[in-house]
Design a protein around this ligand. Structure first.
Ligand code: AMP
Length: 307
């Protein structure tokens, strides 16, 4: 098993969905990625920053899920990154109400020396210059996966394009893929993104599953039709954590193995949306994950006789 370096926000979130509203709760891209990757028992390290207002119990929660937090800087006099969002009634679209970068504004990441040889790097959502600095600190990783979002396309596109040029895989949602390329067709968008650098492009389509593109090949993983979607926050990051965690665990970075990785990502994301915030991902029993993978299998398996 290889180790995994995870970069991304560790945050406070305030979320509103048609089912209710939360005060500041634990959130952040790296939080969701770490909790999802912990399912595979990988040796993972979180590289991020929080303020002095961030409770020690949240840091303990991450380390109790097997995450090394020595690269999680605490700026005592600063405030933690804060994000607030409100979902529309269809739960597929959301409006960002607040993004306060706070301590993230002048963060210089430091990858712990024990993790500089890690084979897999998961660059979760945060400033592209931080993502670039992490790539520079690594000694020849075998797989660098990038997740990003419209906020960084709107505010730091040039820096983001520099990161995109350096990664092997990008995970991005459908709207963001269209924004990045100006193409409506996701197939054309994926081809254009591959021309920017990544050999593999994963396009997430929320409740409609995810597509994996590589050269001229495409693979589709459905999302599980769920009775109740409570709060989609973190589903994309959880997907990324499941994807990269599975790849780090198996050490196999082939296209074939990435197909299984996106099934794991989708299965874990389907848990994430069942409760507010990261609640469902905390101490999620492996047995339940296995059952859900079985459900995914039966969702798409069929026999067909071609005459
Ligand atoms: P997702 O629903 O997968 O897009 O991720 C939601 C998480 O991303 C929340 O926990 C937020 O704290 C975090 N987040 C929101 N906006 C940003 C941003 N601009 N950069 C990094 N993380 C963000």
């Amino acid at each position: 098993m290889s180790s995994l370096v995870i970069v991304g926000t560790v945050a406070f979130d305030a979320i509103e969905t048609p089912f209710g509203k939360t005060d500041k709760i634990l959130g952040g891209a790296a939080t969701y990625i770490g909790l999802a990757a912990s399912q595979f028992g990988v040796d993972g390290a979180i590289v991020s920053v929080v303020g002095g207002d961030f409770p020690q119990e949240y840091i303990d929660l991450l380390s109790n899920h097997g995450m090394d937090v020595s690269g999680l800087e605490v700026v005592e006099e600063g405030k933690t990154f804060f994000w607030s969002g409100k979902y529309r009634n269809d739960m597929n679209s959301r409006d960002t109400l607040v993004t306060e970068l706070n301590v993230l504004a002048d963060f210089n990441p430091n990858v712990p020396s024990d993790y500089r040889d890690a084979e897999v790097v998961m660059l979760g959502n945060l400033h592209p210059l931080v993502q670039l600095s992490v790539i520079d600190q690594m000694n020849n990783p075998k797989l660098v996966v990038l997740d990003t979002m419209n906020f960084w396309m709107d505010n730091t596109l040039e820096e983001l394009l520099q990161v995109i040029a350096k990664v092997d895989v990008i995970t991005i949602n459908d709207e963001e893929a269209r924004q990045l390329t100006g193409e409506y067709s996701l197939v054309v968008a994926a081809q254009k993104i591959m021309a920017m650098g990544p050999k593999y492009v994963v396009i997430k389509k929320g409740e409609h599953g995810a597509l994996l593109f590589h050269k001229d090949d495409v693979f589709f993983a459905p999302a599980l039709p769920l009775e109740e979607v409570f709060d989609p926050t973190g589903a994309g990051d959880t997907f990324a954590g499941g994807f990269s965690g599975y790849l780090a665990k198996t050490g196999d970075y082939s296209y074939e193995n990435m197909k299984t990785a996106i099934i794991y990502g989708s299965a874990l994301a389907s848990f994430c949306v069942e409760k507010f915030g990261a609640e469902r991902m905390i101490d999620l029993p492996k047995k339940e994950v296995h059952q859900r993978i079985q459900q995914f299998k039966s969702l798409t398996q069929f026999d067909i006789q071609l005459t």
